[in-house]
Design a binder for this molecule. Structure first.
Ligand code: CO
Length: 251
């Protein structure tokens, strides 16, 4: 069942999501060649303290980090480690916070220094797919409208969409109904009610859409080791369109 949010709950979601955006902005500014992903995790730990919020991911189903840091062929759920970032890498940072009973969730893939033209294009189209998905969504639309906007943008640009993971509803829980696949047909699926909140997650691959989970039980990688990008916003669905709750701070 898709929960609709009361006016008070909307105030709570706005606050949690603004803090989520501020959190990602700080961590993102520290994506530079030579840093390990564990160093980013340490920066994140300090920032969480200063914001007075909790990580939504740490301990979630046993997840061992504050951040998900997904480098190059890693699609999502990369665990912070001693891996060094190097010029030319792309780094997906996925952050979630819990504040005052409400969750915010967002992700963005950052370039490390100068990256290849192909990698640039993957980032640009993935972000575009997220914004097209957001534009396709208003009260009364269907899940398939969002899915189709993502898939169409990806495929007409030669990229493939991940099928094994989805976006999701969000609110007093990190994951609520409905699941939001990155593929599907417009006009079908559950209707999205006014004042519901969604975490729309775009995951695009440069090559094959198929992915595998590594032995750590978390890290998701492309099966062909080609690049993958992840962009996510939490939005509030209104009559006339979406309010992007995690976009208060422009990046
Ligand atoms: Co999410």
């Amino acid at each position: 069942m898709i929960y609709t949010k009361s006016p008070d709950e909307i105030v709570g979601m706005r606050a949690a999501c603004r803090l989520t955006a501020e959190f990602l902005k700080t961590v993102g500014e520290n994506v530079t060649p030579g840093r390990t992903t564990k160093e980013l995790e340490n920066i994140a730990a300090k920032k969480l303290k200063s914001l007075g919020v909790k990580s939504a991911f740490l301990g979630y189903r046993g997840y061992p980090g504050i951040l998900c840091i997904s480098v190059n062929e890693v699609v999502i759920h990369g665990i912070p480690s001693q891996q060094n970032l190097k010029e030319g890498d792309i780094v997906g940072l996925d952050v979630g916070v819990k504040y005052n009973g409400f969750y915010g969730d967002m992700a963005r893939t950052f370039p490390v220094g100068k990256i290849s033209a192909e990698a640039e294009k993957l980032l640009k189209i993935s972000e575009e797919a997220l914004y097209n998905a957001i534009k396709s969504c208003k009260a009364g639309c269907r899940v398939g409208d969002i899915s189709s906007a993502i898939q169409t943008t990806a495929e007409k640009n030669g990229f493939s969409v991940v099928r094994d993971f989805t976006g999701h509803g969000i609110g007093r829980n990190l994951h609520e109904d409905p699941p939001l696949p990155n593929y599907g047909k417009a006009g079908i699926g559950a209707r999205i009610p006014e004042n519901s909140c969604l975490a729309i997650e775009v995951m695009l691959n440069q090559g094959d859409w198929r992915v595998k989970i590594l032995d750590d039980n978390w890290t998701v990688e492309t099966i062909d080791k080609k690049l993958s990008a992840h962009f996510e916003h939490t939005v509030l669905v209104k009559k006339e369109g979406c309010e992007i709750l995690t976009e208060i701070i422009k990046m």
